[in-house]
Design a protein around this ligand. Structure first.
Ligand code: NAP
Length: 578
């Protein structure tokens, strides 16, 4: 005779699902059959979880850690064969983070932070991947991650209030809530040039680099694109290749990194004051610790402006964006910074015609992602590097031997596509995600993404998106934003459990208001002036909508906290059994 209350069942393990688990189910007695009230399970099996997390990068790992800590059962599905997300896939030569390593790391564990030693001011991809493996091992996370498994669909079942997950290996899982930790830049994009299959050499995409590395020694290499990935790749490929052709459609603004080994006194100082630094990052506009000068670029003398820009150029990194308070809001102010960087390019690149081709002119500084480089512009002084301006001579086709532009054919042994990603929405829309009444996320977002706070979507109960469109995400230090979202989601799930609630779902009104606010803030800036991936402009046919929230990390955090403090204002909450 079943007994009402909590059940504890042990379930066996089977391939792909290590370890038998004890799972708690709340049940009520109805006659001699248990009726499951709410928060647990209809069918006990090892593929039934409180939460399913998609992705084992920075976001998925921390989410798993938090859920475990709260006593929720969770499974992470990861398409790669290891942890790391973006840092697992992006292994192109020169790949490193352009946010300083001390800042681009988890803050949730003081012990973790004290025991880990970064070696350089900006960490390389291999070092970040080592760090993430260390985190996964230190917190024993891997046993709940199923690798080499891509989630193909996540469908909400309204009768049970559960998400049914299907993977590419045919696996199935059921979960009360589903967390998309799929990253903002995880669906890579290759241009649809005619003849692409006819090329007899090798092709690569920076976002899916071979794990064994690539040796370009003696080769004629073409790199297509001049975004952040290309700007890191190009100097390294130029060091190896017999000849490198850089196919540039839009020139980018880049500032020097001035990377160096991490000085021990810098590390010591960070560790001594870590709590204070972390707190400052959590409320800084971009979640970054560079000094933000609130003055207008137009209220100071020409000399003062020059001094600010020189100082920031000399220090290196993304701090150039904080030189003045109005750089991202006032075109005239922005012009002063843009002109400064243009003059630097002209100073570095010896051939004036090449320099002019590298100079960005048709959008304000930092309205396409500001790049951070090591020797990028100087690479064009090398005899074995040729810049091809595909704005004036577009690429028309890929041939068996290489690339043909409107005025020449370039014979190549390898082509590197550094052509970016279907950012923020691509991965989510490619997955078959269905909410209420079978509506897919792709349908819902056909005119551009709509979300409440960038973390939940009306019509998709109990589905959380970490750093989704409409949140600061890519306009911030990703780790700061990831930790904020994960903590908010964890708090929300605790709240649901404590209050005996079955579902949480953004209301249409709250979502509409948030989307309007995101647009209003974006339109008050210079960002819409650029054809950037922030605007979806890099994917043909993608709605032109500013994807992240640019209101600032601190302001956004405060808004999220207020929403939670008011009992999840703007969300509809449903009780168990309702
Ligand atoms: P991206 O910034 O989107 O750059 C793609 C490049 O490919 C652009 O130069 C683009 O030209 C060009 N391109 C795209 N389609 C093309 C086509 N059909 N024909 C010719 N050129 C084409 O991509 P990404 O460099 O991979 O960087 C994406 C983001 O990843 C960055 O903005 C950054 O947020 C992140 N990232 C970060 C780091 C880091 O250090 N933290 C490093 C790498 C990347 P147009 O500009 O004309 O479209």
């Amino acid at each position: 005779m079943p007994v009402a209350g909590n059940w504890y069942l042990s379930v066996p393990s089977f391939p792909g699902f290590p370890g038998g688990r004890r799972t708690r189910a709340s049940a009520a007695v109805q006659g001699d059959r248990p009726t499951f009230v709410c928060d647990m399970i209809a069918i006990m099996s090892d593929s039934t979880f409180d939460g399913v997390i998609v992705g084992a990068g920075f976001a998925g790992l921390y989410m798993l850690h938090r859920l475990r800590g709260l006593g929720f059962s969770a499974r992470v599905y990861e398409a790669g064969s290891g942890v790391g997300g973006t840092w697992f896939w992006n292994r192109y030569p020169g790949a490193r983070c352009d946010v300083e390593s001390l800042e681009y790391s988890y803050s949730f564990s003081e012990e973790l932070e004290r025991e880990w030693q970064w070696t350089e001011r900006y960490a390389t991809q291999p070092e970040i991947l080592r760090y993430l493996n260390h985190v996964a091992d230190r917190f024993d996370l891997k046993r709940d991650i199923q690798f080499d498994t891509r989630v193909t669909s996540a469908i909400f079942d309204e009768s049970s209030n559960r998400w049914n997950i299907v993977t590419d290996s045919g696996g199935r899982a059921s979960a009360k809530f589903c967390v998309m930790a799929t990253g903002c830049l995880s669906t890579s994009k290759v241009p649809e040039y005619p003849g692409i299959d006819s090329f007899q050499g090798k092709t690569y995409h920076t976002g899916h680099w071979p794990h064994e590395g690539v040796d370009f020694t003696g080769q004629r290499v073409g790199v297509i694109g001049t975004g952040s990935s290309a700007i890191q790749t190009i100097p390294n490929v130029a060091n190896q290749a017999a000849h490198l052709f850089v196919f540039q459609r839009t020139p980018n603004f880049s500032v020097p990194a001035h990377n160096a080994p991490l000085a021990s006194d810098v590390d010591k100082n960070w560790k001594a004051h870590r709590a204070e630094y972390r707190q400052r990052a959590r409320t800084a506009p971009f979640g970054l610790l560079f000094e933000q000068n609130d003055k207008s670029a137009l209220e100071v003398s020409r000399e003062e402006r020059q001094r600010q820009y020189e100082e920031r150029w000399g220090y290196g990194g993304l701090g150039m964006m904080g030189a003045f308070g109005d750089l991202l809001f006032n075109k005239e102010a922005n012009d002063t910074a843009a002109e400064f960087v243009r003059s630097k390019i002209r100073g570095i690149v010896r051939d004036p015609a090449v320099a002019e081709t590298l100079v960005p002119r048709d959008y304000p500084l930092a309205t396409k992602r500001l790049c951070v480089d090591t020797g990028y512009y100087a690479t064009f002084n090398r005899d074995n590097v040729t810049l091809v301006d595909t704005r004036s001579t577009p690429i028309e086709e890929v041939t068996a031997k290489g690339l043909r532009t409107s005025d020449a054919e370039y014979e190549l042994d390898s082509i590197v596509f550094a052509t970016g990603f279907d950012a923020m929405t691509g991965t989510l829309c490619n997955m078959d995600i269905r909410g209420r009444a079978g509506v897919t996320l792709k349908q819902k977002w056909s005119e551009g993404p709509r979300s409440y706070l960038g973390v939940m979507v009306a019509g998709f109960p109990n589905l959380f998106i970490i750093t989704g469109p409409g949140s600061p995400s890519v306009m911030s230090n990703m780790i700061v934003s990831i930790e904020q979202h994960v903590d908010w989601i964890a708090g929300c799930l605790e709240y649901l459990r404590e209050h005996g609630l079955a579902t949480i779902e953004a209301t249409v009104d709250a979502e509409d208001a948030w989307v309007a606010h995101v647009n209003e803030v974006a339109n008050a800036t210079l960002f819409p002036m650029a054809n950037s991936w922030y605007m979806g402009a890099n994917v043909p046919g993608k709605p032109r909508v500013f994807l992240p929230y640019i209101g600032g990390v601190g302001v956004y955090r405060q808004k999220c906290e207020e929403v939670a403090a008011k009992g999840y204002e703007g969300f509809a909450l449903s009780a168990c059994g309702s």
